[in-house]
Design a protein around this ligand. Structure first.
Ligand code: 5GP
Ligand code: MN
Length: 335
């Protein structure tokens, strides 16, 4: 993978571009993809965003989201676009299998592939150019840097600002995680100068749920949370029946894991949800307990030091038991 600045000259020649991101895109994945989409379109490229799967309703206000193609719904169309693309941007993931069913078409595509991402251990050999920087708050920050560093700051507009602010806000936990650097605040200030309505973005992302989601959270906190004080760990498990009972949709469980770390003294929050195909884990930590390593070693996952995910093909009960057994070997690190 070559340095991204070697790619900048190609921005001046209009091309067919596909932009994609990890499956079940979150605010940072969708925000960076759409931010880049608006930028490339402004430069005269023929750009299209393809999402590997559907996404949460709370992203549906984003400028350009109505033109995003869901790979699972429009597979033939999406495959054709991937095959005829001259450039493919891969955003907010480190390894192609994070695009689920798109892994194969992406692997087979022979055009120029570019990575912009902030996760650890990128699959460098899969990309011609790229930038992988785990010190960056978000992929949205990296796309903003890309726009500025490539010499096109004059192209930044309100649509890009709203999209890029979204991931900057969600991936920093609204500007509170350690990744919130001075550069993050400078970027937010610049977007404000462009006319960004940040209150609108916050409300669309965080105050846009249906009643069932809040009642579900209440139920889960009351009935599905266990505090393992010896290990400074809070654990939550959500059953398939819970999801059905409260009519929980993609995105409704986003942020649930963060409640676990609001209890005094907790170092590790672990949430497992019984999804159709797998048991999906979300891990969050405070301080130097590395959940990226933990998820990699025990639950086929990864992510960042303080936020990671994983999976298990065991039953819900078995994967919870496995977690409780493993956590005993981390007692010291969790003090
Ligand atoms: P979340 O818990 O919000 O789904 O994910 C937290 C972080 O871990 C995100 O940066 C996400 O991209 C990453 N992540 C989640 N699940 C996986 C996984 O199965 N594998 C890897 N490598 N990263 C994951
Ligand atoms: Mn991200």
């Amino acid at each position: 993978m070559q340095a991204i600045d070697l790619f900048y000259p190609r921005l001046n020649t209009p091309a067919k571009v596909v932009i994609t991101m990890h499956q079940k895109p979150d605010g940072d994945a969708m925000g960076s993809a759409l931010g880049l989409y608006h930028f490339l379109t402004a430069l005269g490229h023929e750009a299209v965003v393809i999402s590997p799967t559907n996404w949460a309703n709370f992203l549906d206000w984003m400028p350009g989201v109505d033109r995003v193609i869901d790979f699972e719904r429009y597979r033939d169309k999406a495959k054709n676009l991937i095959q005829s693309a001259e450039i493919i941007f891969c955003l907010d993931f480190n390894i192609l299998h994070r695009t689920k069913n798109m892994e194969q078409p992406l692997t087979e595509a022979t055009c120029t592939k570019i990575l912009i991402d902030h996760h650890q251990q990128p699959q460098e050999e899969a990309f011609a150019y790229g930038i992988s920087d785990t010190s960056k708050s978000s992929t949205c920050e990296m796309v903003y840097d890309f726009i500025i560093a490539s010499g096109h700051a004059d192209k930044l507009n309100l649509d890009m600002a709203a999209c890029l602010y979204t991931g900057l806000m969600t991936d920093t936990g609204s500007f509170r995680f350690p990744s919130t650097t001075a550069a993050v605040h400078r970027m937010a200030a610049h977007l404000k100068e462009l006319g960004l309505n940040h209150t609108h973005v916050h409300e669309m992302i965080y105050d846009n749920f249906l009643e069932g989601r809040l009642r579900f959270i209440g139920y889960a906190l009351l009935n599905r949370m266990e505090i393992l004080y010896e290990y400074n760990t809070a654990l939550m498990h959500i059953t398939r029946q819970d999801l059905q009972r409260f009519d929980i949709k993609t995105g409704d469980t986003e942020g649930l894991v963060n409640y676990l770390l609001t209890i005094q003294g907790m170092r590790l929050g672990a949430l497992v949800i019984d999804r159709d195909e797998e048991r999906k884990w979300s891990f969050r930590s405070k301080g130097n307990f590395d959940v990226n390593l933990f998820a990699r070693q025990h639950f086929e996952g990864g992510g960042h030091q303080n936020a990671a995910g994983g999976r298990s093909s065991d039953s819900l009960e078995a994967t919870v038991q496995k977690f409780k057994t493993i956590i005993k070997t981390y007692q010291q690190q969790l003090q």
